[in-house]
Design a protein around this ligand. Structure first.
Ligand code: HEM
Length: 420
């Protein structure tokens, strides 16, 4: 839709969607102005159905829905273990373990024709299990056969909540107080189920940690190695209510996003055998001696990283970056007043022909460095923003990349020909 609008109206237009008046921009110059002007607390428009649900259940707004100082409090605790490269490196062993389980499972469940019956489900299980090990150092058992009913239900709830939220996103929230629509009821039902499941894990872990603290065991001694939840509790900066919601948000934010990116990359590789061959030869040469890629090994695979970047250009998870601007700005020659809801149309920008020649062609070479680069005519870092920008950018970027690169390198090494 944003692509059609850009063709019709040009690089800036105003539109009313539901309750919101939105200004959409799609040039790197405008994106830069919006993002460079954001203050200490960049704010987005609230996701109304989720805000209503949390108010109703007296839950914290967490990192995703809160704003200003409250939001900063969450990020200042969470960023340390999620955003710093050397902290994230220590999750590599756990993610490698989960990826090995998935590879075994894929080998087991593929048919004689090489087809894997429900690849989408398998990849979603991988990202669910991976993010859970990062957050709680706990395996959920997603590859057990059969999966425990409670775990299966939790896994289902992720899709159900996303679907229900999307269906009622533009409905003015006061309506939910009077009319219980089907999707609002679904959102409540599945959010309760998911919340209970996550709360149980968090409380079990919390008891273990409190026991350690009571026995004077210094849980922060090996701070680098502790799992994310232990670290959050040890800082004591978030209340129990806040920490539970923050964990839940990461668990949720971490499943569909990374899984969809892996699936689109497999699709793109399947459609482009020459890219597949090039990727396989890079991966095979780097992983000859070690089949458990950590960040330093992934560093040696620029083509692998470029394949993922190219997927996020063509099939970005977030099609537009929302911001409520803090001050008046001039965008594409128009004065846009402070407090306006501006959308940076990342999907459209990733397909801009003047920047990416043959924009619909899957071409990882666009992201290589130096003379190997082809098919990308911009020096602006604001042309391509798959994880957002600034202090409010995606908190899970590094973990997501680790999950995606680890799995794709192994699939390329062991079974890539399955996807052709
Ligand atoms: C390929 C995978 C992913 C993509 C493309 C992606 C993309 C994004 C984008 C574009 C934003 C908005 C950034 C902004 O407004 O500047 C965002 C926010 C967020 N993401 Fe991700 N994400 C991914 C994976 C993850 C994972 C694995 C997690 C959890 C570990 C996660 C948790 C979050 C959270 C909590 C926020 C809100 C941050 C805040 O409001 O301060 N994401 N993501």
């Amino acid at each position: 839709m944003t692509e059609k609008r850009r063709q019709e109206y040009g690089p800036i237009y105003k539109e009313t969607i539901g309750n919101n008046q939105i200004v959409a921009v799609s040039t790197s110059e405008d994106a830069e102005k919006v993002l460079r002007a954001e203050g200490k607390y960049p704010n987005r428009n609230p996701i109304a159905p989720l805000v209503e649900y949390r108010k109703k259940r007296n839950l914290s707004m967490g990192v995703v829905l809160s704003k200003d100082e409250e939001w900063k409090k969450f990020r200042s605790v969470m960023d340390k273990k999620m955003m710093r490269p050397h902290e994230v490196t220590c999750y590599s062993d756990r993610i490698n373990d989960v990826s090995n389980d998935l590879i075994q499972r894929l080998k087991r469940c593929r048919g004689n024709d090489g087809v894997i019956p429900d690849i989408e489900k398998e990849i979603n299980k991988y990202t669910t299990e991976s993010i859970a090990t990062v957050l709680f150092e706990k395996r959920l058992g997603m590859f057990k056969e059969p999966i425990e009913p409670k775990t299966e239900q939790f896994y289902q709830s992720i899709t159900k909540i996303l679907e229900a939220t999307n269906a009622i996103l533009t409905i003015p929230p006061f309506i939910f107080k009077y009319i219980f629509t089907k999707h609002w009821k679904e959102l409540n039902k599945w959010s309760d189920i998911a919340g209970e499941f996550a709360d149980d894990i968090i409380e079990e872990k919390r008891k273990q940690i409190e026991k350690k603290i009571a026995s004077n065991d210094d849980i922060t001694r090996s701070n680098d190695r502790v799992d994310f939840l232990t670290y959050v509790i040890a800082t004591g900066k978030l209340s129990r209510r806040e920490a539970n919601v923050a964990m839940m948000e990461l668990l949720f934010g971490g499943v569909d996003t990374a899984a969809t990116t892996i699936l689109w990359t497999l699709y793109n590789l399947g459609k482009n055998p020459h890219v597949q061959d090039k990727l396989r030869s890079e991966v095979r040469s780097v992983m000859e001696d070690c089949k458990e890629p950590d960040t330093s090994l992934i560093e040696k695979m620029p083509y692998l990283r470029s394949c993922v970047k190219e997927t996020l250009r063509l099939q970005p998870i977030v099609f537009a970056l929302p911001r409520i601007i803090d001050s008046d700005l001039v965008l594409s020659g128009y004065k846009v007043p402070a407090k306006t809801f501006v959308m940076i149309a990342s999907y459209v920008m990733g397909r801009d022909e003047s920047v990416f020649p043959n924009p619909s062609q899957y071409m990882p070479e666009r992201w290589l460095r130096g003379s190997d680069r082809q098919g990308y005519n911009s020096d602006s870092r604001f042309q391509y923003l798959p994880f957002g920008f600034g202090p409010r950018m995606c908190i899970g970027k590094r973990v997501a990349e680790m999950e995606i690169h680890t799995l794709l390198s192994k699939v390329s090494f062991f079974i890539l020909d399955l996807f052709s």
